[in-house]
Design a protein around this ligand. Structure first.
Ligand code: PEP
Length: 251
């Protein structure tokens, strides 16, 4: 089974509208016509419209960095899937460890968010991963099992492969401490097996990204792993040339 690789850049809380537009001007000549890798940038809310407008017709897709599960209501500071859909984003990242750690996003929230995102026809990138302490205590599989099973609990079996799962060991995010190929492969294969336990065919089809200090220098080795279907990239995705080099490594 061949899965189209998917490389997404997570800008986090970086880039004003002008900076976002400068990124797009730099990136489009490098990646805008690539059709054998799915390419996305996860953009802060204020820049989404500008980036959607400036990437229209290209291969560069736009993702949001958060969404609420409710249709609408008294949730100050939140945005709904309908609001994102109106902006014509391709999808949204949910469950990033920074949202879990600093903003209290829980597995129970993710359980509500994923079906709502899919029902709107948007693509979720669903992040999971263990802390360094959990890895050292031999709890990686327990943590991943809980996060994956809870988050995907209310996604219909036939929709599982519409979710991209990003395996991001928290100790590797923004630290320069990348997982070894063995660690990345083992964890991504484990996540795939969890999906396959629900539905074998969807387990084969679901895409699993590795995230955590991916750089142009280490991308090729990670992206060649059998159960790694792409990357979720933070720091190295802020610059068009280094982002494009990682996309090239996925081809
Ligand atoms: C991320 O933000 O999801 C991430 C993996 O960051 P970095 O590539 O900087 O480690």
């Amino acid at each position: 089974m061949t899965r189209t690789p998917f490389v997404a850049g997570n800008w986090k809380m970086h880039k004003t509208i002008a900076e976002a537009e400068a990124f797009v001007s730099g990136a489009l000549p490098l990646v805008g016509a690539i059709d054998d890798v799915q390419i996305g940038v996860c953009v802060p809310f204020p820049s989404i419209q500008a980036v959607v407008d400036s990437t229209r017709g290209s291969s560069l897709q736009v993702y949001a960095q958060n969404v609420h599960w409710a249709e609408q209501g008294a949730y100050t500071g939140e945005v709904s899937v309908a609001m994102l859909d109106e902006l014509e984003v391709a999808g949204v990242v949910v469950g990033h460890s920074e949202r879990r750690q600093f903003f209290g996003e829980t597995d129970a929230d993710l359980r509500k968010k994923l079906p709502v995102i899919l029902a709107a026809g948007l693509e979720p990138i669903f992040c999971v991963g263990e802390t360094e302490e959990q890895r050292e205590a031999g709890e990686t599989e327990r943590v991943l099992r809980h996060q994956v099973q809870e988050g995907l609990h209310d996604v219909a079996d036939g929709d599982l492969a519409k979710v991209t799962i990003a395996y991001e060991p928290i100790w590797a995010i923004g630290t320069g401490k990348v997982a070894t190929p063995e660690q990345a492969q083992e964890a991504c294969a484990f996540v795939r097996a969890l999906v396959a336990a629900r539905d074998a065919e969807q387990g084969e089809q679901v895409r699993i990204q590795y995230g955590g200090s991916v750089k142009p220098e280490n991308a090729a080795e990670l992206l060649a792993l059998p159960d790694v279907d792409g990357a979720l990239v933070g720091g190295a995705a802020l610059d068009p040339a280094s982002f494009a080099a990682i996309v090239e490594a996925a081809r």
